[in-house]
Design a protein around this ligand. Structure first.
Ligand SMILES: C[S@@+](CC[C@H](N)C(=O)[O-])C[C@H]1O[C@@H](n2cnc3c(N)ncnc32)[C@H](O)[C@@H]1O
Length: 419
């Protein structure tokens, strides 16, 4: 028998009503925007109460299309969060989990995604989720229990090793930025299985759905995303090099152990910039995969900027966080935009490249040329021609690859049919 006080009952009812309304609105938005594409993912997102997994924020915030940071390290860096529901939905679509599947998630976090996986796998399926933070795994276990998903097993461990105890898995989904595809994931995947992983390639992250073809992982879909990097003994330190004087607020992010001459690039930033406009005019929206096209000029990087550096006019990148770019020994370029006229009612921008350093003129010109090649591929709807393959370490190079990234266990190739 209920012992709730009448006032509490009203409050609980009101919270449940608000939760249902907000959750339905969130899923409607995701469906309209295209993040949710199939019935099972839609049903799962309608079923799981996200607010139970993020109790530190208001009900309204729990259903915004935004991530919720739940844990930080001593330096204040986010180490765990509930991912943005848009990214969660897009990755579940990539995963194609079916009733009866055995699923492994690496990165339990709040437990929210594991609950969604439990909905997709159904009562005949099995979900295991692993987190490297003992307290985080325990928190996920509690939240899963509170939301009625105690059939999910949330365990503490390093996901680099998978979770051999319950292998093989029909699906493995990684919800932290991975530097590589370790052997355990291949060994623990069932025949015809699928791995979805946010893979870091030279400072850029893509959620890649991979299937095995012999010893080679081949992408079946690629989605733009950003993720908290994986931690643990196998993690690589993220390389963010601040350019110029300390506190300049301009960083270059490069990964995969790429060499970088920070002092020379810092000197370059104090010189005059070279600006080249491409003539490519596009709607103001994410510039999907444009970073990979820049690899034809020089190694790619992210140019990250602080609000202060942008407001001071030191740099003027495409996005608030910065821009995609490329660099050589002592020069670098990043992409810029300016308003352009258009008759579709959409905000239009022209893309260009801004470069610094002795090689700046060449870099800006060639980067603008690659923007044109990307623009052609985009107009021909060829951006979906992008492929990512993860080969064994000893694999010979692919001469047609736009990018070759040498990892600890593998070699990653990015290829395209467009441009
Ligand atoms: C973005 S959060 C995951 C979000 C989660 N799926 C959810 O629904 O809330 C990333 C998580 O990965 C975990 N993580 C990082 N490195 C890991 C590793 N090597 N093995 C397992 N988990 C890891 C972090 O502790 C963090 O909780």
């Amino acid at each position: 028998m209920s012992t709730l006080h009448p006032v509490e009952t009203d409050a609980v009812r009101e919270e449940e009503r608000t939760d249902r309304v907000l959750r339905a609105a969130m899923v409607d938005k995701l469906r309209d925007w295209g993040g949710v594409r199939t019935g099972p993912v839609e049903a799962a997102m309608r079923a799981v109460p996200r607010h139970v997994f993020v109790p530190s924020v208001t009900l309204e915030q729990a259903y915004e299309l935004d991530s919720v940071v739940t844990h930080r390290d001593e330096s204040g860096r986010a180490i765990s969060s509930a991912s943005d529901p848009g990214v969660v939905a897009a990755m579940l679509e990539q995963l194609d989990a079916r009733p009866g599947h055995r699923i492994l998630e690496i990165g339990a976090g709040t437990g929210y995604n594991a609950a969604l996986l439990a909905e997709l796998a159904g009562p005949a399926g099995q979900v295991t989720t692993v987190d490297i933070g003992a307290d985080i795994a325990a928190g996920a276990r509690r939240a899963l229990g509170a939301a009625g998903y105690d059939r999910v097993r949330a365990v503490h461990g390093d996901g680099e090793a998978g979770h051999p105890e319950r292998a093989p898995y029909d699906r493995i989904i990684v919800t932290a930025g991975a530097w590589d595809v370790p052997p355990a994931w291949r060994e623990q995947l069932a025949p015809n299985g699928r791995l979805v992983v946010p893979l870091r390639i030279q400072g850029v992250t893509r959620s890649v759905a991979l299937e095995l073809d012999g010893a080679v992982w081949r992408s079946v879909s690629i989605v733009v995303c950003g993720f908290i990097p994986m931690r643990g003994p196998s993690a690589m330190e993220e390389t963010n090099v601040e350019l110029g004087a300390a506190g300049s607020g301009v960083w270059l992010r490069v990964d995969d152990g790429q060499p970088i001459d920070a002092a020379a690039l810092g000197r370059a930033l104090t010189g005059a910039p070279v600006l080249t406009w491409s003539g490519v005019v596009v709607p103001w929206a994410p510039m999907t995969h444009l970073d990979f096209w820049l690899a034809g000029v020089a190694p790619i990087c992210r140019v990250l900027v602080s609000d202060r550096a942008r407001e001071a006019g030191l740099v003027d990148p495409i996005y608030r966080w910065g821009s995609m770019g490329c660099y050589t020994d002592g020069s670098f370029a990043y992409l810029v935009r300016r308003p352009a006229p258009g008759d579709t009612g959409q905000e239009m921008v022209e893309l260009g490249a801004c470069a610094y350093g002795p090689d700046g003129e060449r870099l800006a010109g060639e980067a603008a040329g690659r923007v044109r090649a990307w623009g052609v591929a985009r107009a021909r709807d060829e951006l979906t021609g992008l492929r990512i393959e993860v080969h064994p370490k000893e694999s010979a190079g692919d001469p047609a690859a736009m990018i070759t990234a040498n990892k600890r266990h593998s070699r990653v190739f990015v290829t395209t049919t467009g441009g």
